[in-house]
Design a protein around this ligand. Structure first.
Ligand SMILES: Nc1ncnc2c1ncn2[C@@H]1O[C@H](COP(=O)(O)OP(=O)(O)OP(=O)(O)O)[C@@H](O)[C@H]1O
Ligand SMILES: [Mg+2]
Length: 183
């Protein structure tokens, strides 16, 4: 599966481990690592500010154009990385109980962000968005494993051993549906 000018996206809701896993993966594969957030900062590619979520809104068209220009092997990481034109998307999933703790640590003063991201994880929003764009996508469960083991799972996928990582294997909905605030 590995070829020239290969672009791999590592996506997932915040605190699933994208940055840590991507750093190790890029070292192992000897790929360039691009963080979407850092690229947006460098280019000042923002179109506004979301007050409630305390975050800047990315200029996705500008970022897509810049990423298209890159003609070498790259790993793109960020919670919007699955929305760009790439060869393969790996979505990092995390058990909601584990994720809740990580999100509360990350956003101690923003319960809205914790709740929204937990809901997105339970519903599998990132994977749905990726599937709708007809991309090659696999999922790994990062809840219980070390960064090293997660990276090994991604290497397995890239080697073509995809069976355990097909979409549909991870499903938090049945157990955690009640966690979702309706309405
Ligand atoms: N496999 C893992 N096991 C346990 N903890 C982990 C694991 N991977 C990451 N973490 C921890 O979870 C937190 C989030 O990790 P990281 O910053 O890599 O996530 P992220 O997906 O890049 O988040 P963000 O979208 O906010 O940038 C960190 O505190 C990190 O140490
Ligand atoms: Mg990160």
């Amino acid at each position: 599966m590995i070829c020239d000018n290969m672009k791999i996206s590592i996506s997932g809701v915040p605190a699933t481990g994208k940055t840590e896993i991507s750093k190790l993966l890029s070292r192992k594969l000897n790929y360039n690592l691009i963080s979407i957030n850092e690229l947006a900062e460098e280019l000042d590619a923002f179109v506004g500010y979301d007050k409630e979520r305390e975050s800047r809104i990315l200029d996705m068209d500008r970022l897509e154009k810049e990423i298209k220009k890159l003609k070498y092997n790259i790993i793109l990481e960020g919670h919007t990385a699955h929305l760009f034109h790439v060869d393969i998307v790996i979505v990092l999933r995390c058990n909601p109980e584990v994720l809740k703790k990580r999100l509360e640590k990350r956003y101690p003063s923003n319960p809205l962000k914790v709740r929204e991201n937990l809901e997105a994880e339970i519903l599998g929003v990132i994977t749905s968005e990726t599937v709708m764009k007809n991309k090659k996508v696999y999922e790994i469960d990062t809840s219980e494993k070390s960064v090293e083991k997660n990276v090994n799972d991604i290497l397995k996928i890239l080697d073509g051993n995809t069976e355990d990582f097909k979409v549909g294997k991870i499903d938090w909905l049945e157990k955690y549906f009640d966690w979702i605030e309706l309405g």
